[in-house]
Design a protein around this ligand. Sequence first.
Ligand code: GDG
Length: 482
Amino acid sequence: MSLLIISNRLPFTINHSGNEITLVPSSGGLVSGISSYLDYMKHSPVSDFEYLWVGWPGAYMEESLQKNFSSQVRENHNVIPVFITEEEMDKFYLGFCNSTIWPLFHYFPTYARFEEEHWEIYKKVNKYFSDKICEVVKEGDTIWIHDYHLMLLPNMLRKRLGNKFKIGFFLHIVFPSFETYRIMPSAWRKEILEGLLGADLIGFHTNEFTYSFLRSVLRILGISNSLGKLIYQNRIVKADTFPMGIDFKKFNNAVNNKKVEKEREELKSKLKDRKLILSVDRLDYTKGVINRLKSFRKFLQDNPDYIKKVVFMLIIVPSRIGIDQYQEIKNNLDKLISNINSEFGDLDWQPIIYQYKYVAFENLVALYNLADVALITPLRDGMNLVAKEYVACQKYSPGVLILSEMAGASNEMPEALLINPNDIKQTADSIKEALEITKEDAFLRIQKIQDRISYYDVLEWAKDFLLGMDKVKNENNRIEVK
Ligand code: GDG
């Protein structure tokens, strides 16, 4: 019996240079969370734990090379690559996934494009995944599908594999309200819901998302539920809430790692007693970076005493280059940062240090640990793992988390300074409040959040979800026996 993890991306990306192929680890919350769970299971006393990870390897490979590569990576890394051509990937990933679903689900309907051709490719790529899974799945395996790229897959598999298999689906992003979801063309919105209902268990980060999903199922498919359970095609299907956690111990322990300590001391001496405000995001219009910068500017305007006494370190990781809105946000960001730096800065002080690149894990932990304030202000976010990672790295002299109420994570963090990211003044005032909070207050706030997120970490999250799948399956078995 194996666990099959299915996600758009594999935990590594193929890198071709000349004739040589190397594998570069992929980044992001989903990959690091699932990898932590798999590492834990591999080293746990459950000695017969087996898994396979099915996903796109990040690049296309000539057909003649695919077979050999696939058997090598299956043998060495337990992964099964699904090859998708560049042209298909353009229409699937940049097209339907990130120019239709992503903006619509994050309440940017005006950014959403509804192209029939992209929808057709979305169906085609989901079918590629279903073909690949059917080739490798064995009786008794558990299939756990992840995220918005593969919402048709649960039902495709259910139709082909029948009711013997446990199928779970977890959505890592927001599920929007019915009024927003219904904006999508009628056939697509119906087919996506039916696609998801092929799973035994459908998981969301927050109760609001679970509720929104169930509401859309009722309004579009006419199926009602009782406490999240409903009957679809003679099976019980459950929708429930599983707020994803982080590998708390990994982050918390890393603070005392020698490399991290060295990095922190270097950073500290460069700061010259200035307070550090930090933010870390993928480049995305949903992350609210423009409003965040406007809030920082307002903070400096309202509090000139802080000039030269703070530094705002803004780390943006490049993402989804090739979509118009991402290029536009990058241009706007560059302009605004340079305006603020030239308005307030001088030869020996720049208020904003901007890094448009991926930062190594040790550097990230050093920054988290050192930052006096984390400023995390998405306009919408399914969860936001950065907020949890910052809290996990607070030791000895904790900092303060300013967090958007629009991030799923805010439900588990009422002790953070919660702000509405559209309220520039409130956010600016919160920066001042965070910088002036007493050490005792900061300590108590962080401690309460740490208690919560160290208990329900990514391992607990995965175990909870998998147990939830078992429960639904058992209920279905009882019905079949009757
Ligand atoms: C989606 C949902 C949901 C980022 N920059 C660097 C770096 N990262 C790592 C962080 C964190 C992950 O990437 C980002 O996760 P988030 O949750 O913040 O955001 P999304 O990428 O949008 O993820 C989100 C998540 O899925 C999980 O369900 O929370 O709502 O949108 O782990 O640490 N890591 C390193 N250097 C960087 O520069 N090492």
